[in-house]
Design a protein around this ligand. Sequence first.
Ligand code: COA
Length: 182
Amino acid sequence: MTELRSARLLIRPIASADIPAFVAYRREPEVARYQSWSTDYSAADARALVDGQPASGWPDAGEWVQLGLHLADGPTGLIGDVAVGADAEQPDTFELGVTLAPAHQGRGFAREALEAVLAELMDERGAHRVVMQGDARNAPVLALMRRLGLRHEGTILEGDWFKGEWTALERFALLDREWRVR
Ligand SMILES: CC(C)(COP(=O)(O)OP(=O)(O)OC[C@H]1O[C@@H](n2cnc3c(N)ncnc32)[C@H](O)[C@@H]1OP(=O)(O)O)[C@@H](O)C(=O)NCCC(=O)NCCS
């Protein structure tokens, strides 16, 4: 895929050069807390992820791509990522996830990156529905999904056995027709 650009960001699949920064923020306790990995995330884990990225730079059904976020003006280096997954069962249906390195939180980069990825999905790639979900205790991501204008679809109570306990998930979504009138 070609690189996506927003006002302040360059967005492209993570690559080998991004591994040290990617591992460093994934090991931060507050970053890992509600995510699928733990603070022992390793360079080997990241290498496997980079090697498993779709060759086209975009996911086919059942695949994920990890898009890295870089400042357009300023120091080079990875500041976060947006994960884009293509649903294995439903056509034109995608799931997004987002992570920022702690030093780059609180500046609107997550929203800006997700807006750019939503525009790519909805306007360029014919997406019908985009979903996001977050742990019900993860206040920053719930606020972010609301700021983005996603529609709350429901709470899955004790539906996720996660890091040793039953947890609740908040699910949000946006349809293409909702995107167009947003
Ligand atoms: C989820 C996560 C990405 C949200 O990050 P975030 O920094 O809160 O979100 P944004 O980048 O959109 O920044 C929004 C904040 O920047 C502020 N901001 C500052 N300058 C801004 C600007 N130019 N434009 C927009 N917002 C700006 C906003 O007011 C807001 O602050 P507030 O939360 O105090 O109101 C972050 O908490 C994270 O990486 N968490 C760990 C990983 C995780 O759990 N991810 C969720 C899995 S799906």
